[in-house]
Design a protein around this ligand. Structure first.
Ligand code: L14
Length: 344
């Protein structure tokens, strides 16, 4: 262990909801760090963050921040990635990007280690971390794709507010208190769209995550459609998604209907999922056990349950998939990729 290679690591967006989880994981996983650089927007620069007992001052991220950096983890929004990741690459860093900026770029691998780990080696400086809702779905569907083939996916999501950042968490808590006190809720943050129109999230469900596209789908829904095909390596998979924000703080839940290409045995499906890496099967209706956001929060796994055959279509399967959106959906997937890079 003493001659293990150590890396100069930068975390861009270190003060954000995902950045905070990335730092916890680098710390708890004992990531081989030589020097750690914490970067943020000018607004958060100057904040002090303690890492392994040592205080670090957060610096404003600029094109010059990346001299000597070998691994850079970005989660400060797509614009920051677009502006700075090319400079980090120029300085020789491998960037692991949590934003939408490069996911569909054909030169950028889009990686969920349990699904397409081998794509990491094809990178040209940037590796994209997929959207949170997509990561947990494909991690659970991979063993079924390998065994039976997948023809079609219909997914509805029930997404936590933390996906939209710490301001959205504050917003849910503030609105909930206001509402319980009989005060005005005054929505200010959600949905994060292209218009200033805002809706109540406390005691509500908002069928919009990210901006609307010309085809009537939201960008979050289209991310699920496109990223699923790219990660699973099959453009012929039909995907349709409805993404909904609900008043949960941590953990996205998904109702997934999947049509398999070959006949399946339900008990075998359960066994495949029970054996799948990074997946935990929680499927015991007799004891009312199934995945819950409250149980998934704080854990790295993807939880799967409510497995049942479609009543009309023999090769149709319904499932319920839950994971902590800030962990497997973001920080943990990114740190898994970083660990693979660090091991060469
Ligand atoms: O594309 O608001 O990685 O919950 C995922 C979370 C976009 C925002 C992404 C949210 C983000 C989304």
């Amino acid at each position: 262990m003493s001659n293990q290679r150590l890396f100069n690591v930068a975390v861009v967006g270190a003060t954000g909801a995902v950045g905070e989880q990335i730092l916890h994981l680098l710390e708890s996983r004992n990531f081989p760090i030589k020097q750690l650089k914490l970067l943020s927007s000018a607004r958060s620069a100057g904040k002090i963050i303690t890492f392994k007992g040592q205080e670090h001052t957060v610096e404003e991220a600029t094109p010059d921040s990346f001299k000597g950096i070998e691994i850079a983890l970005f989660s400060a929004g797509g614009d920051v990635t677009k502006a700075l990741a090319p400079h980090a690459v120029e300085h020789g860093a491998v960037c692991i990007d949590n934003t939408n900026a490069f996911r569909m770029d054909e030169n950028t691998p889009l990686v969920v280690p349990e699904v397409n780990l081998e794509k990491i080696s094809e990178h040209k400086g940037i590796i994209a971390n997929p959207n949170c809702s997509t990561i947990q779905m494909v991690a659970a569907l991979k063993p079924l794709q390998d065994r039976y083939g997948i023809a079609r996916i219909i997914v509805s999501t029930y997404q936590a507010v933390s996906g939209a950042g710490s301001l959205a968490i504050d917003e849910l808590l503030r609105q909930t208190t206001a509402s319980l006190n009989g005060e005005e809720v005054n929505p200010a943050i959600l949905p994060v769209g292209s218009l200033p129109v805002k809706h109540q999230i406390a005691f509500n469900a908002i069928p919009q995550i990210d901006k609307f596209q010309d085809n009537g789908y939201t960008l979050e829904e289209m991310k699920m459609v496109r990223e699923t095909k790219k990660i699973m390596g099959d453009e012929s998979i039909q995907v349709t998604a409805t993404c909904v924000r609900i008043p949960v703080v941590y953990g996205h839940s998904e109702s997934v209907y999947v049509e398999l290409k070959n006949d399946y045995d339900l008990e075998e499906v359960k066994q495949l999922l029970a054996d799948a890496p990074g997946v935990t099967l929680v499927d015991d209706p007799a004891n009312q056990q199934y995945p819950l956001a409250t149980e998934a929060a704080g854990k790295p796994d993807v939880f799967v349950g409510r497995l049942r055959r479609d009543l009309g279509f023999e090769r149709g399967l319904n499932m319920w998939i839950v994971s902590d959106n800030l962990l497997k959906g973001a920080a943990w997937n990114a740190v898994q990729i970083a660990e693979h890079i660090s091991k060469g």
